[in-house]
Design a protein. Structure first.
Length: 350
């Protein structure tokens, strides 16, 4: 029996079957759920007239980015599996690594960060300047800008990425440390993680302080409007915090690479870098979850998105006593013809 980085070949095995590593199996299962859940969110926002608002367009943009991230993990695992069974030429494998994994994965990460920044500024405007609504046309342009910026910043990885030579032949952004490694990693660490995190945390801190302050002035909002605004802000704030938490091990590994001038894949071969080994392994398992938790958060905070996942349960809930306790439904109960006003309040609040 001969082993290479956890992949063992038994010379007496006549069946030719080679068991896949647990890490590859995990990167198949988790992304599939992420693709399915985010597809429901996108299709629901596209079909529902109630969700035709700028905030939901940003949520759909996040979902598209998450689907792209999930597909890169599936592609990486598929390419590594084909390499284990020697079904893919090395040159073809290298080209597919560039186009299907490394480049789109970096694009997905940068687009998610840019979209979360846009959402934090949009929430700030909704809370501090409620009369200045962001139009759907401008929201679409901002989403397009986020994707354009992500593609441009990820373009160098097409030239630097390839697959590692040992099994499993997973794709990597760099095979050796160069000056370009330091430049690209500094950009990712500072301009796509640390600075955006500081900006978003400051904005959400100001927003939460404002939302918990008593409204004074000529124009007072209704309780329904305040409740919807709070729920939407808490939902997006939770999404942002979890995203930053799950990406922290990845950011630490970038920092270690920048300081040590050694790639993480090289340091993982040496037992003396046990800290780096732990951080990289945690990062590999946590990053796929960044594409999976968003639909769960949306379902917890938002009735409209919850209805996309559980339409039968939602109909039953509407017929229960809890439905009558909803402030929106109390308005409808007092005046059945006031649905237009309710929709206007919800539209203004979100």
């Amino acid at each position: 029996m001969s082993c290479n980085n956890g992949i063992c070949r038994n010379s007496t095995n006549t069946s030719g079957f080679i068991p896949l590593p647990a890490s590859l199996m995990f990167t198949y299962i988790s992304p599939v759920f992420g693709i399915f859940a985010n597809f429901i969110v996108i299709s629901g926002i596209y079909r529902s007239k109630l969700l035709k608002k700028s905030t939901y367009y940003f949520i759909a943009n996040l979902a598209i980015s998450d689907i792209l991230l999930c597909t890169t993990y599936v592609a990486n695992s598929t390419l590594a599996t084909l390499a284990i069974y020697s079904l893919l030429p090395s040159t073809v494998h290298s080209v597919l690594c560039k186009l299907l994994t490394t480049f789109p994965r970096a694009s997905s990460h940068i687009c998610s960060i840019q979209t979360l920044i846009i959402i934090s500024f949009e929430r700030y405007q909704v809370v501090f300047k409620p009369t200045r609504k962001l139009s759907i046309k401008r929201a679409k342009l901002l989403c397009l800008l986020a994707w354009t910026l992500s593609f441009v910043l990820s373009l160098p990885l097409i030239f630097t990425s390839s697959h590692i030579k040992r099994l499993p032949k997973v794709c990597a952004a760099f095979l050796s440390h160069t000056i370009w490694t330091t430049i690209i990693y500094i950009n990712l660490l500072f301009f796509q993680f640390i600075i955006p995190a500081i900006v978003m945390l400051v904005l959400y801190t100001l927003i939460l302080i404002r939302l918990n302050r008593k409204v004074t002035g000529i124009r007072k909002e209704s309780k329904l409007s305040q409740q919807i605004k709070r729920n939407t802000t808490y939902m997006l704030f939770t999404t942002t915090i979890l995203f930053l938490m799950l990406l922290t091990p990845w950011a630490i590994s970038l920092g270690v690479t920048i300081i040590s001038h050694r790639l993480a894949i090289d340091m993982m071969r040496s037992p003396k870098y046990s800290f780096v080994i732990v951080i990289v392994k945690i990062s590999r398992y946590m990053i796929p979850f960044t594409a999976l938790y968003n639909p769960i958060i949306y379902c917890i905070f938002n009735n409209h998105i919850r209805q996309l996942f559980y339409p039968p349960c939602f109909k039953i809930q509407n017929k229960s006593k809890k439905y009558n306790k909803n402030p929106t439904n109390q308005i409808i109960a007092r005046d059945p013809h006031n649905q237009k006003a309710v929709n206007y309040i919800a539209d203004e609040a979100i």
